[in-house]
Design a protein around this ligand. Structure first.
Ligand code: 1GP
Length: 237
């Protein structure tokens, strides 16, 4: 069951089916010791490019899930599926509308125990996903704590995902998210490029997600696995 699996994830790579990655780089990522690979992206994601990347990842014994951004690109055969719901937008399509469409289309074919919902809070206003979903990325720490509580206590969503995609975030904000969480797992993703950043976020987030770095410095990306895993989660005072 995916919900149980994610509780053990400390480090995850996110691969974009719309970006090129050599066979050697893919091998390095898949054999890095990461806990899982997420395949997903914001634009240009199709059934074909997702299927091709899944086929390449499947050569390796690594857990691989699809993060669905568009239901026409859903590919059967993944170990599980992550479904984002954007909490800091007023656009109902990105909160639950796309989800409704997908459920209406696939109905009883959906393997519910392979699916986990993610409550997304997007904090980089320049990110493609922020523009697409028209989210309000200008949040203070207390807003982030409130979104965390909304996700955790009210909606009981298993994952609270702080998404800084493309830029490095603020530890104070990640701590503010932690403060509001008891039940949801805290995912952090965004701009990790070195040891200090990987360790800083790994001290406060349950799961650290590395994306972009894979595409311009794969050796460093592989090192993030060690940096994250040797960092202990810190307790909030
Ligand atoms: C993107 O959160 C992930 O969805 C990771 O962010 O690509 O900036 O590493 P980066």
């Amino acid at each position: 069951m995916l919900r149980k699996k994610i509780k053990k994830w400390r480090h995850v790579f996110k691969l974009d089916p719309n970006r090129l990655l050599s066979d050697l780089a893919l091998k390095m990522i898949c054999t890095s010791g990461t806990d899982a690979i997420i395949i997903g992206g914001t634009d240009g994601v199709t059934f074909e490019n997702t299927f091709r990347l899944l086929e390449r990842v499947k050569k390796y014994p690594v857990y691989c899930v699809q993060e669905i951004s568009n239901h026409s690109a859903v590919v059967p055969g993944f170990d599980g599926y992550l479904i984002p719901s954007v909490l800091n937008t007023d656009q109902s399509y990105w909160i639950k509308g796309a989800h409704f469409e997908a459920i209406r289309t696939y109905g009883s074919l959906i393997p519910w125990n392979q699916i986990v919902l993610e409550g997304y809070v997007i904090l980089n206003p320049e990110a493609k996903v922020a523009r697409l979903t028209k989210c309000d990325a200008n949040l203070q720490a207390r807003d982030v704590t409130a979104y965390a509580r909304l996700c955790d206590q009210l909606f009981r969503i298993p994952v609270f995902y702080l998404e800084y995609s493309g830029t490095y975030g603020k530890a104070e904000i990640v701590k503010a998210a932690r403060k509001g969480l008891q039940y949801s797992r805290l995912f952090y993703g965004g701009g990790i490029t070195d040891e200090q950043q990987a360790k800083e976020m790994a001290a406060w987030a349950d799961t650290v997600i590395v994306g972009n770095l894979v595409y311009y410095h794969v050796e460093k990306a592989v090192s993030t696995v060690k940096w994250v895993k040797e960092t202990k989660l810190r307790a909030l005072k």
